[in-house]
Design a protein around this ligand. Sequence first.
Ligand code: MEV
Length: 438
Amino acid sequence: MNNSISGFSKLSKEEKINWIANEYFANPSEAIATIKQYWNSDAKLQQLHDEFIENTISNFYLPMGIAPNFLINDKYYSVPMVIEESSVVAAAAKSAKFWSTRGGFKATVLNTEKIGQVHFLFKGDSSKLEIFFNTIKDNLIASTESITKNMQKRGGGITSLELRNKTAELENYFQLHATFETKDSMGANFINSCLEQLAKSLKEEAQNYSDFNENEKEIAVVMSILSNYVPNCIVRAEVSCKVEDLAEKKIENPQEFAEKFVQAVRIAEIEPFRAVTHNKGIMNGVDAVVLATGNDFRAVEAGVHAYASRHGQYSSLSHAKIENGIFTFWTEIPLALGTVGGLTSLHPLVKMAFEILGKPSAQELMQIVAVTGLAQNFAALRSLTTTGIQEGHMKMHINNILNQFQTTAEELKIIKTHFENNSISHASVVEFIEKLRK
Ligand code: MEV
């Protein structure tokens, strides 16, 4: 079957749905009903969601949960999390509660620099290009004034502009490497607009530069775009307490626990296979808050993992130590986040998430997100180094399995009681349900 179509984007929403339903489903009316089941009954609200992207046919729900009791820099937060994986929110909440009685989380924004580049080709004498750049640098920056005016009022703008010679790696390749302060916005649009203006002015200035020969006047701009690698936009989150204070129901020997925990972190520091999963656990927390606050989780993911490889080998984003009887666990991660612009003032649930968080600044949000990542990592390592991950995970996951089987309330009671004292796996739950139903 040839499932191609031209002019799909020009079809109405109904027509698009009909085409999909007829093309891919044996029972088109059932498919249409499923797609429409997720529409919002409030037509205006539905239209808002339709217009976030293109070719919208429906809404894809993800659960939004709350992890309360996060004590961060002596202030309590209830953290909204959007994620599909069971046990993540529970783990965050458990970690938050645990650390709230041990001094809470400390978080600090170390720096907030964003980066953008104009990538261009220059066929000529690089020393002449350097002189040219230094001569026109102020003009380049001045040419962005209409774009930067408002950002400057908020204390942001272009903070530096450099010419970088990359010809050793790629013939004729140079960059304008710019850094930005974007205050409470993530800044992608602002940065890209500035870069496109810089590129335009660069070309124009070259055309009018009398010391360039005809070849040198033809600067070829390849592209102008922000970088999602932000190694100077770092937030640090930390917890610490006396080793003996780690004691609780499941941590009977805190010294042994702390040592094993530190060992688990060391393994993630030197072993990339483990580091990826270790960091995935951090991102369970990070992404969930990034999503709930309408931020760009792909940008965050890309930047964080690049940062995890900055020394040439992928490594742990968190670290732990025991010194003078004190256990310390911390992370430093790059986070380019916004609390204004983008979806932040459009999506009603994102707006609610910001209300719940007390309308944080971008820097405060960086702290909350990093802390949630650290909390998640703590919960995962605590389980992994004590009971194993499956115990807690399967306890949460059991609901998903039971939903698949559409269990009755009565069955549910029997199943839950049985699995309080029996080990849970997908197979054991399925087997038990089948036995029960016989
Ligand atoms: C599962 O989503 C995350 C973990 O695998 C993280 C880890 O192994 O540290 C539990």
